[in-house]
Design a protein around this ligand. Structure first.
Ligand SMILES: CC(C)(COP(=O)(O)OP(=O)(O)OC[C@H]1O[C@@H](n2cnc3c(N)ncnc32)[C@H](O)[C@@H]1OP(=O)(O)O)[C@@H](O)C(=O)NCCC(=O)NCCS
Length: 258
């Protein structure tokens, strides 16, 4: 539930639910499609700068560099250590996580996404309850795949039927919206595309997810949000948290460099 905890005036002694702050930032280039040189190099370590420079297309280097610089800038702002002090380790499925040696008591959780013309980072800014997970995905509506064929192949049958019922003019945008929701959920599980997209259903109205198997928790353990940040981009956020925990979500839309 995305909301802010407040004392219940009818039961002032009732326990106040735990509230967890999450900050989500989107970043777009300041004009054009961006290039890695546009990103402040003091927000990237050596391997990140090298990888950003290796992309064939400068715009891909920009979005990679922008996402990693955004992450380091946000970690510094909300968790105190300078941007380059942060180190990461792989969860075994490709997802970087804060090295627990950096913040032994409670490592912040984050997830990043980069696509044409946009970088996104979602970060926790408080003490985490057990079982908390976060995933974010951004996609750009700049390609023309056969959306219905992709949905028939990769989505659950109810999702693909739902898309089939839409007017053709709405199909691409709604497919992309659903795709970002499903990918944000998959990234929150830590498996990414290793999770079979046919084994869980996302809905946009109301925003929800339901898994075929109980392992990833009941639907009420999940909160989803999504935004059409501009006419080309969809961004989705998926949060799994203990039922009853409230989420205080801060969203920032930035331009240029973090
Ligand atoms: C992560 C993945 C979903 C990417 O989707 P995408 O739309 O192309 O990319 P996005 O921009 O949304 O996200 C990429 C970021 O997600 C993060 N990420 C990588 N693997 C992830 C995972 N399993 N779960 C959550 N997040 C992951 C990374 O930070 C990555 O950015 P980086 O490589 O610059 O650090 C997809 O590539 C994937 O599932 N990878 C898993 C790879 C894998 O199975 N590896 C097995 C290793 S044994």
């Amino acid at each position: 539930m995305f909301s802010t905890a407040a004392k219940n005036p009818f039961a002032p002694n009732a326990p106040v639910p735990q509230t967890l702050k999450i900050v989500l930032c989107t970043l777009v280039p300041d004009g054009g499609e961006g290039s890695p040189e546009a990103i402040n190099p003091r927000l990237l370590d050596g391997p990140e700068r090298e990888r950003a420079a290796r992309f064939v297309f400068a715009r891909d280097g920009w979005s990679y560099a922008a996402a990693h610089a955004l992450l380091r800038a946000m970690l510094a702002e909300f968790h105190g250590l300078p941007p380059l002090a942060w180190r990461f380790r792989d969860n075994g499925h490709g997802r970087p996580e804060v090295d627990p040696a950096i913040t032994p008591s409670s490592a912040p959780r984050f997830n990043i996404s980069h696509t044409h013309g946009m970088a996104v980072c979602a970060l926790t800014a408080g003490t985490l309850p057990e079982g908390f997970e976060i995933g974010v995905d951004a996609e750009c509506l700049d390609r023309s795949p056969d959306c219905q064929a992709l949905a028939d192949r990769y989505f659950s049958s109810s999702e693909s039927e739902c898309l089939r019922s839409l007017p053709p003019a709405k199909l691409d945008a709604e497919f992309l919206r659903l795709w970002t929701l499903k990918e944000a959920v998959a990234k929150a599980t830590g498996l990414g595309l290793g999770l079979d997209f046919r084994t869980f259903q996302c809905s946009v109205n109301p925003l929800s997810v339901a898994f075929d198997s109980p392992g990833w928790g009941p639907s009420n353990a999940w909160d989803l949000q999504n935004w059409s940040v501009d006419p080309r981009h969809w961004v989705s956020l998926a949060v799994r948290r203990p039922p009853g925990t409230l989420i205080n979500l801060e969203v920032r839309h930035l331009r240029g460099t973090p």
